[in-house]
Design a protein around this ligand. Structure first.
Ligand SMILES: Cc1cc2nc3c(=O)[nH]c(=O)nc-3n(C[C@H](O)[C@H](O)[C@H](O)COP(=O)(O)O)c2cc1C
Length: 317
C-alpha cells in the first residue's frame, strides 16, 4: 500500500493484523489524538502505521465535569467520560477527513448496550475508509463503561452481535486490565469473533488534593495511563498471548506507557504484533514515526527480516 513513489513502504515494518494492513506496526491509541485533524500538522500520517479515533458513541456525550485530566507521578489520570460528537455528527463532520488520511483508520466505538454497539459499528462499516472497528468495552470513566469488559458472557455476546453486523471492517476488541483474569475476557472476545485484541485500557486510579481534601478529578476516579502502567501492561500482553491469543492466532495490539523504541520492543517480545502510543503523544506527537524508525534499525541489527519475527520471543527459560 505504498502511497507515493518517493516513500515506498519499509518491508521490515509492513504488518498485517488478521487482514488489517499497516504500513508500520506503530499506531496511535484512542482518545489521545482526537479524530485526525487535531494532529495533522504535527504527525506525518503517511509514516504512521494506523490512526485510532477517540471513542464514538451512538448519542453525543458532553463527558464528565472538570477537572478531567491530572498529571500524576509517572503518568496521567483522566476521566474524560467519553465526551464525543455522537454517531450522526461523526459521520457528517469527521468521516470526510478520515477519508483523506493516508494511513489505516480504526474507529473506536463505545456504548451502553449491545444495540448501541451494533448500531454504531454497522453504520461505520458502510464507510470504506474505516478499516477496523475497535470496540471499547473497557472505559473506566463512565458509570457502565466496564460492564461488558468485565463479564465474559456479556462480552462474548456483544462481540458476536457486532461481528454479525460487519460485512467489511475488521473487528478489534480492546480489553480492560481492571479484571481478575484478563485471559478469560480475551477468550470470550475471541469466541465472540474478535479478529484482533488490543490491550490495555487504563487502570482505575485516584489522586487527592491535600489542600482541599477533594479528589483532583471531577469524576473522583480516573484512568491511569503512561509509564506508570508499562510493566502492568506488558504483563497483561504476555499473559493474554501465552494463555489464549498465540494458539488462537489472534494478533495483539499492545499499549500502555510506551515512550520509545525499547518500550515497543518489550511489547513485541511479550506477544504483541503491533503497538499503540497514547499518553506519550502529548509530549512528542511524532513518537510513532520515531519508534517505527527505531524498530526498523533494531530488526536489521538483529539480522531479522521483519518486526513480526520478534512477536512472543520472550525467553522465559
Ligand atoms: C486522555 C485520554 C483519553 C482516552 N480516551 C480513550 C477513549 O476514548 N477510548 C479508549 O478506548 N481509550 C481511551 N484512552 C486509553 C488509551 O487509548 C490507552 O489505552 C491507554 O492510555 C494506555 O496507553 P498509554 O499509556 O500509551 O496512554 C484514553 C487515554 C487518555 C490518556
Amino acid at each position: 500500500m505504498a502511497l507515493t513513489a518517493d516513500a515506498p513502504d519499509d518491508p521490515r515494518l509492513v504488518t498485517n493484523l488478521a487482514g488489517l494492513p499497516l504500513r508500520t506496526p506503530v499506531l496511535t491509541a484512542s482518545g489521545t489524538c482526537g479524530y485526525g485533524p487535531e494532529y495533522a500538522g504535527l504527525l506525518d500520517y503517511r509514516r504512521l502505521g494506523g490512526f485510532t479515533t477517540k471513542s464514538v458513541t451512538r448519542q453525543e456525550r458532553t463527558g464528565n465535569p472538570p477537572e478531567r485530566i491530572v498529571e500524576v507521578r509517572a503518568g496521567l489520570l483522566n476521566a474524560i467520560g467519553l465526551a464525543n460528537v455522537g454517531l450522526e455528527r461523526f459521520l457528517a463532520e469527521k468521516v470526510p477527513f478520515l477519508r483523506t488520511m493516508p494511513t489505516t483508520v480504526l474507529v473506536n466505538v463505545a456504548g451502553h448496550s449491545t444495540d448501541d454497539y451494533v448500531a454504531v459499528a454497522a453504520a461505520l462499516d458502510e464507510h470504506p475508509c474505516v478499516a477496523a472497528i475497535e470496540l471499547n468495552v473497557s472505559c473506566p470513566n463512565v458509570a457502565d463503561g466496564l460492564m461488558f469488559g468485565t463479564d465474559p458472557v456479556l462480552l462474548r455476546q456483544v462481540v458476536a452481535e457486532v461481528r454479525q453486523a460487519l460485512r467489511r471492517a475488521r473487528l478489534v476488541v480492546k480489553l480492560s486490565p481492571n479484571v481478575t483474569n484478563i485471559a478469560d475476557l480475551a477468550r470470550a472476545a475471541i469466541d465472540g469473533g474478535a479478529e484482533v485484541l488490543s490491550l490495555i485500557n487504563t487502570y482505575v486510579g485516584l489522586s487527592v488534593d491535600v489542600r482541599t481534601w477533594c479528589p483532583h478529578l471531577g469524576n473522583v476516579t480516573g484512568g491511569l495511563s503512561g509509564p506508570a502502567i508499562k510493566p502492568l501492561a506488558l504483563y497483561n500482553v504476555h499473559r493474554v498471548y501465552r494463555e489464549v491469543a498465540r494458539d488462537a492466532r489472534v494478533p495483539i495490539i499492545g499499549m500502555g506507557g510506551i515512550q520509545n523504541t525499547n518500550d515497543a520492543i518489550e511489547f513485541f517480545l511479550a506477544g504483541a504484533s503491533a503497538v499503540a502510543v497514547g499518553t506519550a503523544l502529548f509530549v512528542d506527537p511524532t513518537l510513532p514515526v520515531k519508534i517505527a524508525a527505531g524498530l526498523a534499525e533494531y530488526v536489521t541489527a538483529r539480522g531479522l527480516d521483519n518486526v513480526a519475527a520478534l512477536t512472543g520471543q520472550l525467553r522465559t527459560g
